[in-house]
Design a protein around this ligand. Structure first.
Ligand SMILES: [Zn+2]
Length: 384
């Protein structure tokens, strides 16, 4: 490779070129290096450029330009870092290194070709703090955008979970709830608002979530989860979050998630305490809900929060732990709460973790377990 002659209007010793000049030089053999960080390139890179982050440039440039007389053009976001990068390249023995003035912003404004955009410009900006995390990155953000999460209940637990899942860029949230917003909900159900008392919770939630992140698709299902609809409501999702906190729903969800092989993020809240776990039917080592509670308690032994009371922030904390598990499951990062029961005590401000092994005799997932239909599960839960 020989030094590339400068196009008309530039001199060979120029340390700065316009995007148009850079594009012409690229066509005649120059090397264009995008020196932005990996996450910045998620929104695309000049077509034909190679990506080497600024900090690695001196160490890696020889891989791409073994001949030092080749014309090298550095481009960054706005032209600041690339000027320093070009100076550095000249100092390490690449005399024909120049910076592209105005950076990628000017390149795009000039209508020059862009390649490799995993995310559009809106997503690259909106999720920039995720893109900075190598564990998420552009590929993880794309996965979040393709994910479908079913949230059972748009109440105290569903509120924080849905808010943060929408903010995180989960592509589709299906909200299953047949309730209307009541004044007594607002102490903890922060998806809703005083002005929306009487409105369906699914619609109230859709308004809040769409305002937060218009990219997330909100599918409201104004229905109660029942034997007849449970599989139809859950099928096609990647994760199911139990935010209903009542026994009939839990047993139905447990059975359906086993049959559909869907991970279920379970929780329960009571007064000042809460617990969270993940039952992942895709894993052989995962217990199911009935490994923990084989049979439903009688209605008399099972107070709900309308009767028992609950500290308003408690479902907020527990619902966020559920959202955290859902995001980890979607991204395949970290250690999910499988075979672990995380218990939180709000008054003591303490967490405790219990081991939750799979029960070989479990009536839900054990070797001898018999599935006799969802109607039967509904019936045993409503038995007095
Ligand atoms: Zn089980």
């Amino acid at each position: 490779m020989v030094a590339v002659p400068a196009p008309a209007g530039t001199d060979a010793g120029a340390t700065e070129v316009t995007p148009e000049q850079a594009a012409a030089l690229l066509r005649s053999g120059a090397l264009l290096v995008d020196v932005r960080e990996d996450h910045e390139r998620a929104g695309g890179t000049p077509d034909g450029a190679v990506g080497i982050a600024r900090g690695l440039l001196a160490a890696r440039i020889a891989e791409f330009a073994p001949q030092r007389d080749r014309q090298i053009l550095a481009i960054c976001a706005t032209g600041q870092r690339s000027r320093l990068a070009a100076a550095e390249l000249r100092s390490v023995g690449y005399p024909h290194a120049a910076s592209v003035s105005g950076g990628f912003r000017a390149w795009q404004a000039a209508g020059l070709p862009v390649a490799g955009a995993l995310l559009d410009a809106d997503a690259a900006e909106r999720y920039s703090r995720h893109l900075l995390l190598p564990e998420v990155g552009a590929a993880g953000q794309v996965r979040l955008g393709q994910a479908r999460v079913a949230l059972i209940g748009a109440g105290g637990l569903g509120s924080p979970a849905a808010l943060y899942l929408a903010a995180a860029g989960v592509g589709t949230l299906t909200l299953v709830d047949d309730d209307k917003v009541d004044k007594s909900n607002l102490q903890r159900q922060v998806l809703h608002a005083d002005a929306r008392i009487g409105l369906a919770k699914t619609e109230s939630a859709r308004q809040t979530l769409s305002a937060l992140n218009p990219r997330t698709r909100i599918e409201g299902r104004e229905q109660r989860l029942r034997a007849a609809n449970v599989e139809d409501l859950l099928r096609g999702h990647d994760v199911v979050i139990d935010g209903a906190d009542n026994f009939p729903t839990r047993y139905l969800l447990s059975a359906a998630c086993l049959r559909l092989e869907l991970p279920l993020v379970y929780c329960a809240v009571y007064r000042f305490t809460g617990q969270v776990s993940v039952f992942d039917a895709r894993r052989d080592d995962s217990p199911c809900y009935r490994c923990l509670f084989p049979e439903p308690p009688s209605a008399a032994d099972a107070p709900n929060c309308a009767e028992a009371g609950v500290l308003g922030v408690l479902p907020g904390i527990i619902g966020l732990l559920q959202a955290n598990e859902a995001i980890k499951l979607i991204l395949g990062i970290g250690r999910p709460l499988v075979a672990r029961l995380l218990c939180f005590d709000a008054l003591a401000a303490s967490f405790r973790e219990l081991r939750l092994p799979r029960d070989p005799d479990c009536p839900g997932c054990g070797a001898e377990a018999v599935f006799s239909g969802y109607a039967d599960i509904e019936r045993i839960c409503s038995a007095p």
